[in-house]
Design a protein around this ligand. Sequence first.
Ligand SMILES: [Zn+2]
Length: 398
Amino acid sequence: MYPQKKATRELTKLHNRRLVFTTIYNAKQISRADVARLTDLTPTTVSSVVSELMRKRLVIEDGTASLPRGKPPAVLQVNKDAYHMICLDLAKASFQGAVINLRGEILCQRSIYLAGRTGDAAVAVAFDLIDSLLPTIGSPVLGIAVGAPGIIDPDKGIVHRAVNFEWYDLPLRQRLYERYRLPVYIANASHAAVLAEYTFGRRRNVPDLVVVKVGYDVGAGTILNGEPFLGHGFGAGEIGHMVVVENGERCMCGNFGCLETVSSSRAIVKRAQAIARSNPASLLNKFAPTPAELDIRSVLCAYEAGEPALRPVVAEVGHYLGIAIASLVSVLSVPYVLIAGSVSNFGQPLLDAITQEVYARSLARMVSQTTIETASLGARIVLLGAAGLLLRHEMGVI
Ligand SMILES: [Zn+2]
């Protein structure tokens, strides 16, 4: 056979294998006949691909589909523990790591405080985390995936700029591959977050989706037509540095009045500390020994306990987020904008303030077709986004 023909046949086989696996994955439980119907593949091709997937223990036959009469066909489902994945969320204060199965179930989770370590020392923390997870894994490992802050080139596996860790043009994928010899994928944390919601979240498989992650920093991740949209320089969604306050406070990036200076968890904690200092009777002082020790968690507790001085703070945070989100809605016209990150825990009052601002700044018709809601995956969102990366690239799940 000509090499080219052989290559084409191999590609077709790979394509069919991924198509059948994705169809079974997305259906949860499905018969061979329904796989053929949904994929437009012949029943013979489906049978042969399914046999191969079953030999590899990726798909199992379980139970039977209920039909009114006749011999019920066997039902196929993904063997969720055929592979396990090592997923990392390199957040500002601590690195989180988890072992996750093919259905997004977290089997083991660890974290290591960064304690100011940067550069190579921060890379070593990621190694330590993976080393501590590896012995807990009872299935073959599909690969390692990492969500990290900053500008990331996922094709080359390079972190171009993560200021917090002092990583500049760090070949993180290569470093991880050299040590573990496993497939490695890396993505910006906000880009991972939207993939998490798309793969495992309440709005699973909604083809046009935006997640705005508001935590220590602020960024957005976008899926358009079922594909992650990263932008030409991989910086799509870096809304944290859109200027929303003229002559505002100085930002870490050097500019003034960026969205992060007024809407990040840092900005909220700073405002709360000022309230706690100026008013000793404030509820905030019940949740931390001193105002300087307040963090976003204790501020949230004080908010939930009813501290009135935090209400205008949350409204203002929502107002500024709304300015940036109005632009996203006008440009992208997506059906859902999901708010994630620690700041999303302020819940409905924050959503109301955002929505009000988005309405004030966009065509009513466009906003009425967009739902702004809290993301569904909580603090696990970046870890699950990393799992989504591996499923997408290694198993073809889309
Ligand atoms: Zn900035």
